[in-house]
Design a protein. Structure first.
Length: 316
């Protein structure tokens, strides 16, 4: 049973230009790690008097679980984490991503790729490159043509090929993280030309999230540190598409007993929201992980009152 509390609007939810968002993938219910991310960016939005949006990132349809998006919404509302505008689903925004892809094509920086993961792995092995566990393989430019030109839009109809973004010779991206200070990534040596549309015709997270953040006027992206390595790619896409750059904050991850990131893939259990007692317990655990240690612990406090206290205690 999930306790749904749909009227827990925070009194400081009027916007001053700040706009944040929580963007879960509907591959299962919220677990402790995803609640940390949701609470952190909700608190940051409320502390700054801004808007907080909910986006369902359901692009990778084979991985999506039926009705998981509804369950996630109910869990958030049970925790008092209400959003301020209509929810958008990425699965309904294909035309927006295609338009961005065609804009990049006009810049002459896309090319088709037929490489499988095994092909890439073999090419790297021949060069003596070993990819550490749980890290992406650096694309060795196997399919990259000598001369890059814009392609006819008709060529995008060939769904048997992926489309990669060709990086310039030097592509070092630096940015300031609100929690981790100065960060940088050399996209050439740490990522390589990356995919924007897969061979199965699905747009990738990298392109979709950049388009959505720009079109929703997102100013602050507060998320887990597992997504830190994606930031440079997204900033580079923002530059190419002439979008503004949001501010970034990456939050500490919740780890399991083996030191692995808590996730649905590692069978993380869902948060318990069947009554106020369980909701407050889950919120308090998430707040402690975020470094908020002196919040009210009375059994008589309401969820709204606890969230107000947490908002006051959140960093500026």
């Amino acid at each position: 049973m999930i306790l749904a509390v749909s009227n827990l609007k925070h009194p400081s939810s009027t916007t001053n230009g700040y706009c944040g968002r929580f963007a879960p993938s509907p591959t299962g219910p919220l677990h402790a790690g995803s609640l940390v991310a949701a609470l952190g960016n909700w608190l940051d939005a409320r502390k700054n008097g801004g808007k907080w949006l909910l986006r369902i990132e359901d692009l990778d349809t084979p991985r999506c679980v039926p009705e998981a998006d509804q369950q996630i919404q109910a869990q958030l509302l049970a925790c008092g984490l209400s959003w301020d505008e209509e929810i958008i689903h990425q699965s309904k925004r294909q035309v927006h991503y295609q338009r961005a892809l065609e804009s990049l094509n006009q810049l002459g920086c896309l090319y088709p790729c037929t490489c499988s993961r095994q092909t890439i792995s073999n090419a790297l092995a021949q060069r003596g490159v070993k990819t550490p566990r749980n890290q992406e393989m650096i694309y060795p430019s196997t399919c990259r043509p000598a001369n890059l030109l814009s392609n006819s839009p008709e060529i995008f109809r060939d769904i048997r090929k992926a489309w990669r973004l060709a990086l310039p010779q030097e592509c070092l991206i630096a940015f300031e993280d609100l929690a981790l200070s100065q960060q940088s990534q050399n996209l050439n040596t740490e990522v390589g030309d990356f995919v924007l549309r897969r061979s199965d015709d699905l747009f990738t997270y990298q392109l979709a999230v950049v388009v959505d953040d720009a079109e929703q006027d997102i100013t602050h992206i507060i998320r887990g540190q597992d997504l830190l390595s994606n930031t440079a790619r997204q900033i580079y896409l923002q530059q190419l598409l002439d979008y503004g750059r949001p501010k970034y904050m990456h939050l500490p991850l919740v780890l399991d007993e083996h030191g692995e990131k808590l996730s649905k893939q590692t069978l993380a259990t869902q948060i318990h929201t069947q009554d106020k007692k369980h909701v407050l317990l889950e919120l308090r655990k998430a707040a402690k992980h975020l470094g908020l240690n002196n919040l009210p612990d009375s059994e008589n406090i309401t969820i709204v009152e606890w969230l107000l206290a947490a908002t006051c205690a959140w960093r500026n």
